[in-house]
Design a binder for this molecule. Structure first.
Ligand SMILES: [Zn+2]
Length: 452
């Protein structure tokens, strides 16, 4: 059932979408190993290429009757990578925001909001790492650092507008919010592109960031990204292999994150950079996470986690978030498929959960959906007849996991496990470093909202 406001929003969106389709999204300058590429991308181009992906390969759905009924709400489910307020990052092409109930259900609606509070509550997903995405300086007169700070402000404002969500900057506040029946959101920055010094990291902390993905699509000043990511997104491969591990600044940043109590997220990092960060964290007894990934053993690419790394993260008390991104979980080999497996559906996702549970333990896994992250989710069919279009379809995914032997108890306990991670990270923090960072104030003069 859609709410009245959802109907209004759904009815208004196509017209707005058409008007926006011709608007230039912006000129993006991407630098790979010293080479710069400048591309002007329009909304229509983004929509058309994504729609073509969506329409490719339509296999018949699994017969009705073999699909388990949707799972009742989890006791305390987690999403370790969910973009809540994406409209702050990509206003021209992203329509709607959580709370309006406009859920993507067709290629045309791909860039509409895929998350809302009622459906998260129905799924029992109430502890979230709210991912913010400031990888490129896409707005004039605003650096990537300022973009990140702006998005942190936007996330806080978003929670004020939508009181079913609450911002949690520590585990105690998260527990408090959860006890009051609200959805707890820990602010998380995806990509350390805006960090050129420890002071920048302190500013992120002061603005509320409590998790940081060190790198994103390409290597940055902190370290190397998993190879081949841009090829998957844009075609071709232009990425440099340097830096491969963590840079000296990257090592300093990781040590500072530990002192600040900021969760280290190894998603997107190269193996070398992941191992470098993990070694520092392990020496300090601090758990790390990989917020959204597939299993490399099933879908080989460096972006997906190796069995060894997943086991090591779990051993250190961390968690691994399993993504919904279709191309990160595609091509599941015969031996790892579930009964009646239909490729490109949520059956692929289930197979990745089952594999990672075998190597890292079911209790170390959480959902790392990347909803609203411009990724193609499982298409309709298999165990999820409607596909995983939005947070509305998560109960089908959880039911499929359970039906294929993933323990319900581990699903129910995801939240408690992540809270323990947060508490372990906080326990290693240095209050004097936290206090010094908290007192830092960004230069406000350029934190204005530049129209694009
Ligand atoms: Zn990501």
């Amino acid at each position: 059932m859609q709410s009245e406001s959802a109907k209004v929003n759904a009815g208004r969106t196509p017209r707005r979408a058409r008007a926006l389709a011709k608007a230039p999204l912006g000129a993006w300058e991407l630098t790979f190993g010293g080479h710069s590429t400048r591309a002007v991308v329009t909304t229509a181009q983004v929509r058309h290429s994504l729609a073509a992906f969506l329409l490719a390969g339509c296999l018949p759905a699994r017969p009705i009757g073999t699909v388990p009924p949707p799972s009742p709400a989890l006791k305390l489910g987690v999403d370790s990578h969910l973009h809540l307020s994406m409209s702050a990052a990509a206003k021209p092409i992203f329509l709607g925001e959580p709370g309006r109930g406009a859920l993507a259900s067709s290629p045309d609606q791909l860039l509409l909001n895929q998350v809302d509070a009622p459906s998260l509550e129905a799924a029992g997903v109430r502890l979230i790492l709210g991912a913010l995405w400031p990888p490129f300086a896409i707005r004039p007169a605003r650096s990537t650092t300022q973009e990140a700070l702006h998005q942190l402000e936007e996330l806080a404002l978003f929670a004020k507008r939508h009181p079913r969500f609450g911002i949690a900057r520590d585990a105690a506040r998260a527990r408090q919010l959860l006890a009051r029946g609200r959805i707890a959101v820990l602010p998380a920055i995806e990509g350390g592109e805006g960090i050129g010094s420890l002071e920048d990291l302190d500013l992120y902390y002061a603005a509320g960031a409590r998790a940081l993905t060190l790198v994103h699509f390409t290597g940055n000043r902190l370290g190397g990204a998993a190879h081949g990511q841009l090829g998957r997104v844009f075609g071709g491969s232009t990425e440099a292999r340097t830096p491969e591990g963590l840079t000296p600044l990257g090592r300093e940043v990781v040590r500072r994150m530990i002192k600040l109590g900021v969760v280290i997220d190894l998603a997107h990092a190269s193996d070398r950079a992941s191992l470098d960060a993990l070694s520092i964290a392990e020496a300090e007894g601090v758990p790390v996470i990989n917020s959204h990934t597939g299993a490399r053993a099933l879908t080989p690419m460096e972006r997906n986690i190796s069995d060894e790394l997943a086991a090591r993260i779990a051993h250190g008390g961390g968690v691994v978030g399993v993504t919904l991104f279709r191309s990160f979980v595609a091509g599941v080999p015969e031996g790892a498929r579930i009964p009646g497996h239909q490729p490109d559906t949520c059956d692929d996702v289930v197979a990745h959960w089952l594999h990672l549970a075998r190597v890292a333990g079911a209790e170390s896994l959480v959902l790392g959906s990347d909803l609203n992250g411009f990724v193609l989710r499982p298409r309709e069919g298999g165990s999820c007849p409607r596909g995983v279009r939005s947070s509305e379809d998560l109960p089908e995914l959880f039911a499929a996991l359970e039906a294929n032997g993933f323990p319900r108890s581990a699903l129910d306990a995801m939240g408690e496990r992540l809270l323990l991670v947060l508490e372990a990270v906080e326990a290693r923090a240095d209050p004097s470093v936290q206090a010094a960072a908290s007192s830092r104030k960004p230069t406000r003069v350029d934190l204005f909202d530049v129209p694009i």
